[in-house]
Write a protein that binds this ligand. Structure first.
Ligand SMILES: NC(=O)C1=CN([C@@H]2O[C@H](COP(=O)(O)OP(=O)(O)OC[C@H]3O[C@@H](n4cnc5c(N)ncnc54)[C@H](OP(=O)(O)O)[C@@H]3O)[C@@H](O)[C@H]2O)C=CC1
Ligand SMILES: O=C1OC[C@@H](O)[C@H](O)[C@H]1O
Length: 389
């Protein structure tokens, strides 16, 4: 006897690029990924620009005709049919938008990075806890089956003791031409820069392995050393490299990010995969740092102590579900539905403490590199009037 699936009712806050991608994924039938315990319903979308922009958005993504268009974020969060809000605004606005949702009693999936700094993230967590609302940073990469499989393999000791993780997330971009000075990627007013936008992925790879799966008593905040080079026209960062050392054994994490050179191995004949997890028994490498659908296991060629690896060199591929449509953002949406159904306020795969710890690392890096976004953006003071609503 099958019970009715739990249906989560979504409201989309903002109508830009990733909002469209995410919403299209949300509309893909869950049965295409062999799921029957939960469902998603798109009930509303809001634009801070105009109601017609929200209407155009709903039409473009192929929303059901019942979905409502709101001409302001305030109107969206007052909609009684909305359970959870997906926040897809620039980094500068996450804190204010999330506060707006929490004050209105809505659960939240907030695009990465959760906020501009760790202090803001902590306040959101405190409010979510107090109001018993679900809150999660939308680090979608963590919910790919391949990410989960890698975490499990390493947790069970498949690689022996992990000594080092490398993660590069970088794009070749003609920055001046592509982004100028106003684009959210480089605008200081929108908390642009490569660290908050892409470096957060490099750090998530380090944290998944060197923090997340480490047993609680041994887990700890890493030491951080970094270099950061600024994009001269605006002063945000265009190249940032971080060297972290994690308790309990001082395993190293090397996280790099850049918008002038690429992580893409296929683009340069001699480059290796951008993610490399190195244990005493061998390595795991991953070729796509955003959408991991395969990984390669490489046993160590010689083992001086202990047992050799129990695996052969091979590449494991996990095809995208259904007929391959979709971006892979539906898995994080599924996680939200299951957590809310089960009365959980945070996800085990992307816990609050980890979002806060990653933000703390990025705070340190910005401090070391002298990158400050200005009082308004770094502030924790929230006034509805001051925010884009
Ligand atoms: N998970 C992923 O793969 C990706 C995540 N992202 C993240 O998603 C967020 C949004 O990125 P993206 O969709 O590329 O950005 P876009 O610039 O395409 O869209 C941002 C939207 O935010 C709203 N907005 C509100 N205030 C402002 C403002 N002052 N300036 C600009 N836009 C504003 C606008 O919608 P409206 O006018 O309707 O209110 C706008 O369309 C970022 O946090 C980014 O890091 C981005 C790309 C990929
Ligand atoms: O999260 C992201 O992933 C894809 C990138 O193109 C984008 O800049 C970034 O925000």
């Amino acid at each position: 006897m099958s019970s009715e699936p739990f249906t989560l009712r979504w409201g989309i806050l903002a109508t830009g690029g990733i909002a469209k991608t995410f919403t299209k994924d949300l509309l893909i039938d869950v049965s295409t990924r062999d799921i029957s315990d939960i469902k998603h319903s798109l009930v509303a979308a809001a634009s801070s620009t105009s109601v017609s922009r929200a209407q155009d958005f709903l039409a473009e993504v192929g929303a059901p005709l019942t979905a409502k268009a709101h001409g302001s974020y305030t109107s969206l969060v007052a909609d009684p049919d909305v359970d959870i809000v997906y926040i897809a605004t620039p980094h500068s606005h996450h804190y204010a938008n999330a506060r707006l949702c929490l004050e209105a009693g809505k659960h939240i999936l907030c695009e990465k990075p959760m906020t501009v700094n760790a202090e803001q993230t902590k306040i959101l967590i405190d409010i979510a806890r107090e109001k018993k609302l679900f809150l999660m940073e939308a680090v979608w990469t963590r919910f790919f089956p391949v990410s989960k499989e890698i975490r499990e393999f390493v947790r069970e000791g498949g690689l022996g003791e992990v000594k080092r993780v490398w993660a590069d997330v970088s794009f070749w971009t003609d920055v001046e031409k592509a982004f100028g000075t106003e684009h959210r990627m480089v605008s200081m007013d929108l908390a642009g820069g490569v660290l908050l936008d892409l470096g957060v992925y490099s750090l998530t790879w380090l944290f998944q392995i060197l923090y997340h799966i480490v047993p609680e008593p041994d887990r700890g905040f890493p030491s951080v050393a970094s270099q950061l080079t600024k994009y001269k026209p605006t002063g945000c960062d265009e190249s940032t490299s971080m060297l972290l050392s994690f308790p309990p054994n001082g395993a190293h994490g090397i996280a790099t990010t850049n918008i002038r050179v690429s992580h893409d191995a296929s683009a340069t004949a001699t480059a290796s995969d951008p993610i490399r997890i190195q244990g005493t028994l061998g390595d795991i490498t991953v070729s796509s740092p955003f959408r991991p659908t395969s990984y390669t296991l490489i046993p160590a060629s010689s083992v001086s102590r202990g047992t050799p690896a129990s695996f052969e060199r091979k590449t494991v591929t996990r095809a995208m579900p259904g007929d391959g449509h979709g971006h892979g953002m539906f898995w994080e949406a599924d996680e939200c539905a299951r957590c809310i159904r089960d009365g959980k306020l945070e996800s085990d795969d992307m816990p609050w403490a980890e979002s806060e710890a990653v933000m703390r690392v990025m705070d340190r890096v910005r401090e070391q590199g002298g990158l400050v976004y200005g009082e308004g953006l770094e502030s924790v003071v929230w006034e509805e009037k001051g925010a884009v609503v």
